[in-house]
Design a protein. Sequence first.
Length: 253
Amino acid sequence: MKTLFLAWQDSNSRTWFPVGKLTHADGAYHFSYLQGALEAKAKAGFEPIWSFPEFYQVYSSNDLFPLFKNRLLRPSRPDYPDFIQWLNLPAHADDPIALLARSGGKRKTDNFEVFPHPERDADGNYHIHFFTHGLRHFPPEVQQHVQTLTVGTPLQLTHDIQNPFDSRALLLRTADLYLAGFCPRYLAQDFFELVCKFPEQVKVCVERVNPPPTPLQFRLLCSLTTNWAEDFEPFAGPMYVTLTTAPAAISAS
């Protein structure tokens, strides 16, 4: 089973909330809301998505739901081969879930993004890819320095304690302390816990640097790898509890 989470950002506070979960198993897609959707409603006025109007229903379809399908670049577009290269996906791994997991599915027309459940690598370790966030907020010299990084360059996670929007914001820096962007906010909680559990084992490195005119959101691809302890469950906080108390699934085809 493949799993993606749907995150929503409040335009006013810029706070991210995990609001939904998409799974793909046995040829079918399933969407459920998370407890985070109720928290987003209470704190920021989040309302159910029009195509998923009930918080406590499980939606099922043999086809990828339009909310997610519309976040994919069409293969017929001339820039599709470039897009696949930006994502650094293995050959023949460009299925919809893999594309969404790597790209984040961000659109200018709404406040949603998607992010993947981490996978165990061949050695049984925690492994996840992500593009750095926030490069557009940094001065040109930082953006230019990012272009000088090479594959395999190690990066350090540092706590941005002076961040006025997020008390747990994590910056990425090179060994010579140059900034390289932010860790996505919806990954920060798990990354904090992993750094506390395995301070010497958490390894972040550059996976790919895409040159201009690649959009800044796809400029720097990184990966984080560390031990996967038996007592560690990714995204196990209360906001990730699935709201599935309704007795029957309904179709959202």
